[in-house]
Design a protein around this ligand. Structure first.
Ligand code: K7E
Ligand code: CUA
Length: 661
């Protein structure tokens, strides 16, 4: 009864704040947005935006690509969810990307994109993004803007403190939100305390290819590990994870995980642990996980199965892991561009905790500890704390930085972004957002060199900001100009799914990396690919019929196929022979239990079709590719099960590749 009362009280408290502190809409409307702001976001037709913003799709599982300052949506990159628009997760070649140890999982929950770095700055080669629900990390190529690799994280659950990258892309990190039995086993939930563990996984990134491999997992106490950021500059070699539920409770968490006045930020000296592992430390523990990689020459993904991971116990690497007391159930855990300040945003605290890296190192040397938790030393609060920012707002979540020594923190409950000076812990400016902001992003935010002209705030609730669309209204981003002393709100734009974090980068860096325009036919190593119409054919193998098909403006080859029977499984292996930029073709078949395929120039992609009825069934191109796009079509004749009509195929009455008489 008591706990129920407390929980209701907390809820009322939270909703009251939302209602009473949500700034009135009027302030943000026309009056405040001057013509000047309109000019600042106007990108004339045909002109390019100055920045890319990669905004997580949250429960859509995808990653959206926007331009800044216009807020225009360019592309939705499918990552963890099937996307029928692009055939992702539907084509035979892309299905392995969504394979996991639990089988084929068609959906994911993506939160934190982060761009690869070289020497402390974003380099525009890859974006990494985490999947929360079935723990995974994906790597997206910023040449093709396609997902190239997805690796599953075993022994983890609710992969939330992920996927942040160190300053030379040495590691991308995945920390578990929920602690679980490690390894998994059948046990009473009520015995959680002391018996669950939290895995923090460090994945090594190949500097040339970007390929990820789980280097080691640290088996931490059974807390919740919420967010993380790497050290940089002087603190390079360390990683910081916020924790909550240090109470280790397993029920009615909104009350029971909010008891302790302080939880921790875990400071991990990963360099030390990497050294330990390199010298043979750690123990290999059986763990099954999927590792899916895309090959741009074979135009195909394959799944390899991981069988074990290297597990490190904190007690075996003394001096590598410490806890920094931090108020109260911190969410965001952010490190400033100099690497000196580590900021914990206690979402239930009326203050923000700012720790000092220099003080932390000194405290470790002085052994200024306040006991330990499961053998991990707890550094004395005063020995590590730089200071607190008092009463900055309500419900601090996340902080980003400019290059001028300021932090920008979002406040979920009071719906605002607050700019404050890190050195003297003074609030400089505050601006309402509409409403209930989560993350914010400054391009290059997780680096030594933020590109600090724009700030994007990402909001959970928009109520009256857009035209009504039924019970669900869009979530949205708001763009600020932060080049001056005061933040200036420039633009609202809707987002896909739920935007959590985002990663931004100057467009010039990506353009310099020469994004892919076509896939060269001569590099095509797909086993069913063709390089010309002459190679197109149809081959029966028992009940399987393999169509080696090509597409080019504006026909398929072959476009008439006979001899298919009810009960067959027909494979359409389709190669787009175009070698021009921006000329994809699509293909779809009546009754196929899958999506269309949208095929890029030079690529081969496959879908399957199991005809159920006799007849003559058409297929067509789904992408308006030329003036004669409507003519881009063909037929498959389907005969009864017992028919002995042989396979035949033609284009304009002739067999492709055979000399005409
Ligand atoms: Cu604050 Cu998943 Cu980073 Cu959302 S999380 S807001
Ligand atoms: Cu090809 Cu339309």
């Amino acid at each position: 009864m008591k706990t129920i009362f407390k929980s209701v009280f907390l809820f009322v408290l939270a909703t009251t704040f939302i209602v009473s502190c949500a700034p009135s809409d009027k302030k943000g409307n026309k009056g405040a947005i001057s013509g000047n702001a309109a000019q600042k976001v106007y990108v004339a037709p045909g002109e390019h935006d100055s920045h890319y913003a990669f905004i997580s799709g949250g429960f859509s599982g995808q990653l959206a690509v926007y331009g800044l300052p216009s807020g225009r949506l360019f592309r939705v990159i499918p990552v963890f969810s099937q996307d029928p628009e692009k055939g992702y997760g539907y084509s035979e070649e892309t299905k392995p990307m969504l394979m996991t140890s639990h089988g084929f999982v068609p959906w994911g929950d993506s939160h934190h994109p982060d761009i690869s770095q070289t020497a402390g700055s974003v380099d525009g080669r890859w974006v990494f993004i985490n999947e929360n629900n079935t723990p995974r990390i994906a790597r997206i190529s910023l040449k093709t803007f396609e997902t190239e690799e997805i690796i599953e994280i075993p022994n983890s659950a609710g992969n939330h403190s992920s996927s942040f990258v160190t300053e030379n892309s040495e590691y991308v990190v995945a920390g578990t939100r929920f602690s679980v039995p490690f390894p998994q086993r059948d046990m009473p939930i009520s015995e959680m305390k002391g018996n669950f563990s939290g895995a923090l996984s460090f994945l090594k990134i190949d500097p040339e290819t970007g390929h990820m491999n789980i280097d080691f997992q640290i088996k931490m106490p059974g807390f919740n590990y919420d967010l993380s950021h790497p050290g940089r500059g002087k603190s390079h070699g360390w990683f910081f994870f916020s924790t909550y539920n240090t109470e280790e409770s397993n029920s009615l968490m909104e009350v029971n995980a909010s008891q302790n006045d302080k939880d921790f930020i875990a400071a991990i000296n990963w360099k030390k642990i990497a050294e330990y592992v390199k010298n043979g430390g750690g123990k290999r523990v059986p763990s099954k996980y999927a590792h899916n990689t895309w090959d741009d020459d074979a135009h195909t993904a394959t799944t390899k199965w991981g069988k074990d991971v290297l597990v490190v116990e904190p007690k075996d690497v003394p001096g590598a892991i410490f806890f920094l007391p931090t108020a109260k159930s911190p969410h965001g855990c952010d490190v400033d561009p100099t690497g000196e300040y580590i900021i914990g945003n206690g979402k239930l605290a009326a203050q923000m905790t700012i720790h000092s890296f220099t003080k932390m190192i000194k405290a470790i040397e002085d052994k200024a500890f306040d006991g330990d938790a499961y053998g991990i030393p707890i550094i004395k609060f005063d020995a590590v704390n730089y200071g607190t920012l008092n009463q900055p707002g309500l419900g601090p979540l996340h902080t980003e930085f400019d290059t001028r020594g300021n932090g920008y923190t979002t406040f979920f409950i009071s719906s605002e972004v607050v700019k404050w000076n890190i050195k003297d812990l003074k609030v400089i400016d505050r601006h309402p957002v509409y409403y209930s902001v989560g993350h914010l992003m400054i391009p290059g935010g997780n680096s030594q060199t933020p590109d600090d002209k724009y700030l994007v705030a990402m909001n959970k609730i928009t109520k009256d900001r857009y035209l009504p669309t039924g019970p669900e209204v869009c979530q949205s981003a708001q763009l600020f100009d932060i080049s001056g002393e005061k933040m200036e709100l420039l633009l609202d734009f809707p987002t896909i799914g739920e935007p959590h974090y985002a990663a931004g980068i100057s467009a010039d860096i990506i353009k310099k990396n020469n994004p892919t325009k076509i896939f060269r036919l001569e590099d095509n190593k797909h086993p069913y690919g063709v390089t010309s119409e002459a190679e197109t054919k149809v081959v029966r193998k028992g009940k399987e019929v393999h169509i080696y098909m090509s597409m080019i403006r504006s026909h398929f080859s072959p476009d008439n196929i006979e001899g298919v029977k009810v009960g067959d499984k027909v494979f359409f292996h389709v190669t787009n022979l175009e070698q021009d930029y921006d000329v994809p073709h699509g293909i779809s078949m009546i009754g196929a239990n899958t999506s269309e395929l949208l095929i890029m120039p030079g690529r081969t992609t496959t879908f399957t079709w199991e005809p159920k009825e006799v007849g003559v069934w058409p297929f067509y191109c789904t992408d308006f590719c030329s003036a004669l796009h409507q003519e881009m079509q063909g037929y498959v004749r389907v005969s009864p099960k017992g028919s002995n009509l042989p396979i035949s195929f033609t284009l304009d009455g002739d067999v492709p590749g055979e000399e005409e008489e």
